[in-house]
Design a protein around this ligand. Structure first.
Ligand SMILES: Cc1cc2nc3c(=O)[nH]c(=O)nc-3n(C[C@H](O)[C@H](O)[C@H](O)COP(=O)(O)OP(=O)(O)OC[C@H]3O[C@@H](n4cnc5c(N)ncnc54)[C@H](O)[C@@H]3O)c2cc1C
Length: 386
């Protein structure tokens, strides 16, 4: 496939070179063992790619979101997976945007260098689901500490993070004027917390994603670790979600490119009935359709990332980019399995692994229905249904 996108050619080339050292066999073994890609994450960190969004004054490369999307797109197009560490890029945005000067000086340079892994983001709870205002994990202020009790689910990379951005209630929902009031963000030091009020339980899923359940039982967090003002946490979390959605969308564009590359190559070399299967339009057209859909989605991702970098309000565009890209990558994944016939199911071809991996993105970090609801109410002014 000709390149879907040509921005940041040096970054793309450098990422491709790095990813070439982590071929399919590397990921297949990790997938079998449900193991974390330590060497891959270390290589990306050492190359400085994960600090793209941290300003230079805090030791990052300050390149911006458009460059960051190029990094993650190439990671995924190469057959690798950024899910193990993409949050190291954007979770720090909560500290950067809403933290105090002291917090920024303390944490951001170490996050930029990779000494500190800030890649756990604790929002979702079993009983609340997408309705975040219903979270029940509660942080009670006692003197110079918060005492946290509650439970989170689907918190990825918690076992591989030194710090976690945690959203909890500091005022019960029923005592708030608006349901979105009364929530606060704490920066939890996982190195101190685990075994002293925080228990992490891994969840085995259809993909190798290091996701977990968290149990808080009188976990003490210094009040100095409160980000911004108490009670405003929901707004702080929302403001970081655009970056997350655009970056995940870029991973989908990379996945889609991977599937189209693989399908095109296979269609050209596989001979059945005395000719390459790619000579049949029944094989060509789904590949072409995947390319059309992916190119359109890539344009939306570009637009959202540019608006983010220019500090324009890009909530709707970020959501639309994520929706289009996750659907385009899923269509491409299905097409790629079909093009490969039986070999689409064989571990050694990597297609089935990437198929499982890319399916996630229509559900997390935000499901398609919730995006449609956002577009309906925010862009079209339709009435809210919840
Ligand atoms: C592998 C994995 C990793 C994750 N990592 C993290 C993480 O690191 N941190 C974190 O905080 N969370 C994480 N999540 C959670 C993820 O963000 C949620 O799973 C996702 O937002 C969907 O929420 P839910 O699972 O509670 O679904 P629910 O809210 O229970 O919804 C179930 C289904 O119903 C639909 N639905 C719900 N309400 C409506 C409505 N009003 N109208 C129409 N449809 C509706 C949804 O679209 C969805 O399809 C992760 C999830 C997974 C699977």
């Amino acid at each position: 496939m000709s390149n879907v996108r040509e921005s940041f050619p040096e970054i793309r080339e450098a990422v491709r070179r790095l990813c070439a050292s982590f071929p399919g066999e590397y990921w297949q073994k990790l997938d079998r063992d449900r193991a974390y890609p330590v060497a891959f994450v270390r290589a990306l960190t050492n190359a400085g790619f994960l600090s793209a969004l941290i300003p230079e004054e805090y030791g990052g490369s300050g390149l911006g979101l458009q460059a960051a999307t190029a990094v993650l797109e190439e990671v995924h197009r190469s057959g690798c997976n950024g899910g193990a560490c993409h949050a190291q890029m954007y979770t720090m945005g909560t500290v950067l945007k809403h933290g105090s000067d002291a917090q920024k000086r303390e944490y951001l340079p170490q996050v930029a260098s990779g000494e500190l892994r800030l890649q756990a983001f604790g929002v979702t709870e079993p009983a609340a689901g997408t309705d975040t205002t219903r979270i029940r994990t509660f942080a009670k202020r006692i003197g110079d500490r918060y005492v946290v009790n509650g439970q989170k689910i689907w918190i990825s990379r918690a076992e591989h993070s030194d710090l976690m951005v945690l959203l909890c209630r500091t005022t019960p929902r029923e005592d708030c004027v608006r349901p979105s009031d009364g929530m606060s963000v704490l920066l939890v030091d996982m190195r101190e917390a685990v075994g002293r009020g925080l228990t992490i339980r891994p969840i085995r899923t259809m993909l190798n994603h290091a996701t977990t359940e968290l149990f808080f039982d009188d976990l003490e967090v210094p009040s100095a670790n409160l980000i911004g003002e108490e009670g405003n946490g929901f707004r702080y979390i929302l403001s970081g979600m655009n970056a997350e959605r655009i970056l995940i969308a870029s991973e989908c564009i990379g996945d889609g490119g991977f599937f189209i590359d693989r399908a095109t190559a296979y269609a050209g070399e596989r001979n059945v009935f005395g000719r390459a299967i790619g000579e049949n339009q029944g094989i060509q057209f789904p590949i072409a359709r995947a390319y059309v859909q992916l190119s359109a989605a890539a344009g939306m991702v570009d637009q959202a990332a540019r608006m983010f970098d220019e500090e324009e309000n890009c909530g709707t565009e970020a959501n639309m980019a994520k929706l289009l890209a996750s659907e385009a990558s899923w269509y491409a994944a299905d097409m790629c399995v079909q093009t490969h016939g039986g070999f689409g199911f064989a571990e050694e071809y990597d297609v089935e692994r990437k198929f499982r991996e890319t399916r996630l993105y229509q559900v997390a970090p935000i499901s398609t229905n919730l995006i449609l609801s956002h577009v309906a109410t925010h862009a079209l002014g339709l009435p809210k249904s919840f």
